[in-house]
Design a protein around this ligand. Structure first.
Ligand SMILES: [Zn+2]
Length: 396
């Protein structure tokens, strides 16, 4: 049973979690949480679900309705949107708004049973629903609870009220950098070459570094590994994108061979690979490129931006690294190739968005179906450059 699903990253936690639970005697999983942005995992799961709503019949006008708006906020309880009479949450039943479609070949196993619970349909929050106990104390308590909801409606931001009281997603996540800003970093006419540096590159670039985000299988089952190669230009102290590639669904051994070949072609001084999903892949790459050139990094949540774990890898704070990378992009400290070649990379960089967890910590979340591998490959390559130059300060 997963709680606070809105603050969990889909691939590393849920995909891996379900795998470890595959021997359980209980053949189901439960996901619970509070909606946030429309891009959050909880909304993704809701979209796939039966979208079951608590439908109440209005005693005044006879319409059936469920609550998905603050327009249903009455002074003493939820009201009918049509005639304004109070609704009684006890007079309701669950209705699938996105029912199973057997004619399309859907079976119960394909569909998540999804229930929408809002504070407005909980009988204990609604005085009219508590009169059945024939106790004034109980009705008074419900009145106090409803008043608390009315106060929240008045004082909270509309987004917070929608998320936490109505139980609904709201608006897209905030992004530190826009599509236009990323596109502005593209250098017209600049190509991506598999063949390594040409004479012009040799004049401009003093050192090459690379980053690899290894595929973990992913939510959609699509195997997707990304490689990013930067070249450092001492003239303007910027990193220039020399090459990047997304390897999809290919034989992993061939991918490692190909990555080793490309790193050699470019004379990469250091490649930093993701250790979270790619420990074995990093070992294989190290055996081809040499241990001095191949290091690994693992994301986590920690107070230090980055540190060596005294064993086999760098440990880094994921939020700080992503924040700091975007700040560098905004300062135009990195450049991309021609816009026509950068579409997928830019999409990956826009796949993540900011959210704040219940514990008050800022994280970069990601839509469960949108890949972000290029972003992390680019970050790891940039960190490799920082390691080589001994500059391990990050904007926090
Ligand atoms: Zn009505």
């Amino acid at each position: 049973m997963y709680d606070e699903i809105q603050d969990l990253l889909y691939d590393p936690i849920i995909t891996v979690g379900n795998e470890t639970l595959s021997n359980s005697d209980y053949g189901f999983e439960t996901y619970a949480g509070t909606p946030k942005t429309t891009e959050n995992t909880i909304q993704y799961l809701w979209d796939l679900s039966t979208q079951t709503e608590w439908v109440m019949k209005c005693e005044g006008c006879g319409t059936h309705q469920f609550i998905d708006s603050d327009r249903a906020m009455g002074i003493k309880g939820p009201i009918c949107l049509k005639c304004g009479k109070y609704l009684n949450p006890r007079e309701g039943h669950w209705v699938d708004m996105n029912p199973l479609k057997p004619h399309l070949g859907e079976t119960a196993a394909d569909k998540i049973q999804g229930f929408h619970l809002s504070q407005l349909i909980m009988p204990r929050n609604v005085p009219a629903a508590m009169t059945i106990y024939r106790s004034q104390d109980i009705v008074d308590a419900a009145e106090r609870r409803w008043n608390r909801i009315v106060t929240k409606h008045r004082e909270q931001s509309p987004t917070m009220f929608k998320n936490e009281v109505l139980g609904m997603s709201d608006s897209v996540g905030a992004r530190m950098i826009s599509k236009e800003e990323l596109e502005a970093l593209c250098m017209t006419g600049r190509t991506l070459k598999r063949t390594g540096p040409d004479d012009k590159d040799r004049q401009l670039v003093s050192q090459y570094v690379a980053g690899v985000d290894w595929s973990g299988g992913g939510t959609t089952g699509i195997s997707r590994t990304a490689l990013w190669i930067w070249g450092y230009c001492p003239g303007d102290q910027r990193l220039m994108t020399m090459y990047y590639e997304i390897f999809e669904g290919k034989n992993p051994i061939h991918i490692i061979d190909d990555i080793a070949h490309l790193c050699n072609a470019w004379g990469v001084a250091m490649v930093l690979g993701d250790a979270g999903e790619g420990h074995t892949a990093n070992s294989l790459l190290r055996s081809k490129l040499g241990p001095h050139r191949t290091l690994q990094i693992q994301y986590g949540s920690q107070t230090k931006a980055i540190n060596w774990n005294d064993l086999d890898r760098y440990m880094a704070d994921r939020t700080t690294l992503i924040d700091s990378f975007f700040v560098e992009l905004k300062r135009e400290k990195m450049l991309f190739a021609d816009l026509s070649l950068m579409g997928k990379a830019i999409d990956d960089m826009l796949a993540v968005f900011e959210e704040v967890t219940k514990a008050g910590r800022k994280i970069w979340n990601r839509h469960p179906t949108k890949p972000d591998d290029c972003l992390h490959a680019a970050i790891f390559g940039w960190v490799a450059h920082k390691i080589l130059t001994g500059n391990l300060t990050f904007t926090q």
